[in-house]
Design a protein around this ligand. Structure first.
Ligand code: C2E
Ligand code: MG
Ligand code: MG
Length: 701
């Protein structure tokens, strides 16, 4: 879950970082592009403005030159005299008309009287009718010029025969004009803007290919030409040079290359990020896999299986499979073989249960599977039990194990742990019923569990409030008939009635209460037995205690606290402790034995413990289980006692109820006898009475 969250968070961060970096790079690119285009357009506009100004300047220069010529000729005493004489035409023709034929400064001349009537007019040396050629505008300009008090030239523009003509008009007057107020005869020079003339001017003003056209073509720059009245006459046009565009076009390949580099950079950034993300998410995926899978078998592990139950639809069935005898395989063949067996079992389960949608190793030797529940779950369970009962061939050994199975249904609204708990409960029951059983969870199991839970709570308070008390059962010597020692046994009698140690001892073990319970029993017994220094004290200890590394030290502390001699204490151990944690059990035993504490193997003959176990852990005593004493197999019992005695291990016979049993046990070579015949477990006052007024049951038997 955490890993999945991590992936999502990483993807989000990745997307954010990539977006940021790309955004930044795109912004840089866009900014660069916009700067370049702005520079291009600004350069183009600047050049355009320069050329428009140059055209205006060229036009002004044309006018100025014409004005200069008009001024030189109009403000002239000879001309003034001539136009006021009787026949000015001849003078005008000589001085101006003839000149106009091939004079570079003007193409023609018009002289109009103060009333606007034509006196004389010539174009390229030929007489003309000015009004016919120029229209009435020429008279208007003349009348304006003739009445101007200051010497000012009046300009105008005309279109004549498809060409633009510039006129400059000034009143004809003497150099020292006495009366400026009177109207004058006017002199007009005009100049046609022929392509040649325009070309020359354009060259002078560095305007490439300047021309006059009726209207501009697309792609041309232009400036409108209007007359005095503001009417359009034509356009100066010239080709657009767009130097900015030219530079831009030259630089364009470089710009494109830069853009390409930027794009490459973006791609590199993206792929670097993606690579990093992939690496991280691969790691996270692996972490998820590792967290939910068993590395030995490749199946789901406990966490993975619980997640699978969480996802499973209601009605699915969860099977919990516990291997019988797997610990023995580990002990006998070693862990490597144990591991191989687990792998083989995983394979077998996978092959056998094709309908399962999740298979897992739930713990050391526990497997689990989850299926839709379409097939009878008890049938599936029995198939698995059958398959796992077949011998496995591992490392050349035929390894035989078995399995017990508990199962429970997935119920809507229950969390996965409840399902596991139910299957566990059923499994517990299956194991209780003997090996190779399949058990379904039922409501009664739950009720049992609840009452057990309630009992557990009761037991907890009982231990806390010292409600557990101790009884003592005598251990009587077969030879002397004397009580050699006593076994301390725990008793619990709540208000609802006494509870058997066979119920509350396993309960205390499961609930983690056994250490306190047993230590309480031990301490109470030590205190009581202080007054009988000649008696040995036997105390039962649970497998859980022997596996606890602090156990030896705690026993030593209690002995010391009550100044109880270690050599009087015999700890009774059942085989369970030895099988589950042999090394730890051995360590505790060695430490305590060094102090003088002795160990008795309890309930010998009821389980799997062998003579080999006795030797391996160097037991000081062995107690033959009462089931063996009660049986008819005298030969077996006798042989067992002989074997123990041969090893130098004294034997105690448990559960002696009859005189016959006592006689047999004594005859078979037992050292001590314990049983109802010799004394029931009794409270301390009864023990005191029993010991002080003791009758010799053994000898009388
Ligand atoms: P155990 O250590 O084998 O104790 C002997 C059991 O046999 C006792 O059962 C005793 O009452 C019973 N017994 C003795 N003589 C006879 C007889 O002649 N006939 C019959 N039928 N039974 C006889 P009890 O007291 O019910 O204890 C059961 C088991 O509970 C004990 O078996 C021991 O393993 C465990 N236990 C008892 N007290 C403690 C304790 O303080 N700590 C631990 N860890 N286990 C304890
Ligand atoms: Mg015992
Ligand atoms: Mg016993």
């Amino acid at each position: 879950m955490a890993a999945r969250l991590k992936i999502a968070r990483m993807s989000y961060k990745f997307a954010l970082s990539v977006t940021l970096v790309i955004g930044l790079l795109v912004a840089i690119g866009a900014l660069a592009l916009s700067t370049v285009t702005t520079m291009r357009d600004a350069t183009n506009e600047l050049d355009e403005r320069r050329l428009v100004n140059a055209v205006s300047a060229a036009m002004s220069s044309v006018k100025k030159r014409l004005a200069g010529t008009v001024r030189d000729n109009a403000v002239w005493d000879d001309a003034y005299e001539a136009v006021r004489s009787g026949d000015p035409v001849a003078w005008i023709e000589d001085n101006w008309g003839a000149v106009s034929a091939d004079y570079p400064l003007y193409d023609g001349v018009i002289v109009l009287g103060p009333d606007g009537a034509q006196i004389a007019a010539y174009r390229k040396g030929q007489p003309i009718d000015a009004v016919a050629l120029f229209g009435p505008g020429i008279v208007k300009r003349s009348l304006v010029a003739s009445r101007l008090e200051n010497i000012r030239t009046v300009f105008d523009l005309y279109q004549i025969d498809g060409s633009i003509v510039v006129t400059a008009t000034l009143g004809i007057r003497p150099v020292n004009d006495p009366d400026l107020d009177t109207a004058h005869t006017t002199l007009t020079f005009f100049k046609t803007l022929t392509p040649g003339f325009v070309g020359a001017i354009a060259e002078e003003f560095q305007i490439n290919a300047l021309r006059i056209q009726a209207s501009p073509d697309p792609g041309q720059s232009w400036r409108l030409i209007t007359n005095f009245e503001g009417e359009p006459l034509g356009y100066f046009v010239w080709p657009k040079t767009d130097p900015g565009t030219a530079v831009y076009n030259t630089a364009l390949p470089t710009l494109i290359a830069l853009g390409g580099l930027l794009l490459a950079l973006i791609l590199i950034v993206i792929s670097a990020f993606r690579f990093e993300l992939k690496k991280e998410s691969d790691l996270a995926v692996k972490a998820i896999h590792d967290a939910t899978h068993d590395h030995l078998t490749g199946l789901y592990n406990r966490a993975g299986m619980i997640a699978a139950i969480d996802r499973a639809p209601a009605g699915s069935i969860f099977h919990l499979i516990d291997l019988d005898g797997f610990k023995g395989v580990n002990d006998v063949w070693g862990h490597a073989t144990g591991d191989r067996l687990l792998r083989a079992i995983a394979e077998t389960l996978t092959k056998t249960t094709s309908e399962a949608f999740a298979i897992g190793r739930f713990g050391g030797d526990e497997f689990a599977l989850l299926h839709a529940g379409e097939r009878d779950p008890s049938h599936i369970g029995n198939t698995i039990v059958h398959v796992l009962a077949q011998p496995f061939l591992i490392d050349g050994h035929h390894v035989e194990i078995g399995a017990s199975i508990g199962y429970a249904g997935v119920v809507d609204g229950h969390d996965a742990l409840e399902t596991v708990h139910r299957a566990d409960l059923a499994l517990y029951c299956a194991k209780d019923a003997g090996r190779g059983q399949v058990q379904s969870y039922t409501a009664e199991l739950d009720a049992q569990r609840k009452s057990l839970f309630a009992l557990e709570e009761k037991l907890r308070t009982a231990i806390d409030s010292d409600e557990i008390h101790v009884v003592f059962q005598p251990l009587v010597c077969t030879r002397s008939g004397r009580t050699k020692g006593v076994e301390a046994l725990a008793r619990w009698s709540p208000a609802t009635g006494p509870v058997s140690p066979c119920v509350f001892i396993p309960l205390a073990e499961k609930a983690g209460l056994i250490e306190r319970l047993s230590m309480n029993v031990l301490e109470a017994a030590l205190i009581s037995l202080a007054v009988f220094p000649e008696l040995d004290l036997s105390v039962n200890i649970s497998p859980v205690q022997l596996a606890n590394p602090r156990f030896a030290l705690e026993i030593e502390k209690v002995l010391e606290k009550h100044s109880f001699s270690a050599s009087r204490l015999i700890l009774e151990v059942t085989e369970g402790a030895l099988i589950s944690h042999p090394e730890r059990a051995c360590r505790s035993m060695t430490a305590l034995r060094a102090k003088g504490v002795r160990f008795a193997m309890d309930d010998f003959g009821s389980g799997h413990a062998s003579i080999g176990t006795l030797r391996q852990f160097a037991f000081d005593k062995v107690k033959i289980d009462r089931s063996l004493i009660a049986s008819d197999e005298h030969a077996v019992v006798r042989a067992t006692i002989d074997l123990a005695n041969a090893l130098g291990i004294p034997v105690t016979a448990e559960g002696i109820e009859t005189a016959e049993q006592a006689a047999f046990a004594r005859g078979a070579g037992c050292e001590l006898l314990q049983g109802y015949l010799l004394g029931r477990p009794m409270a301390f006052p009864a023990l005191v009475e029993h010991l002080t007024g003791a009758t010799d049951e053994v000898r009388s038997a």
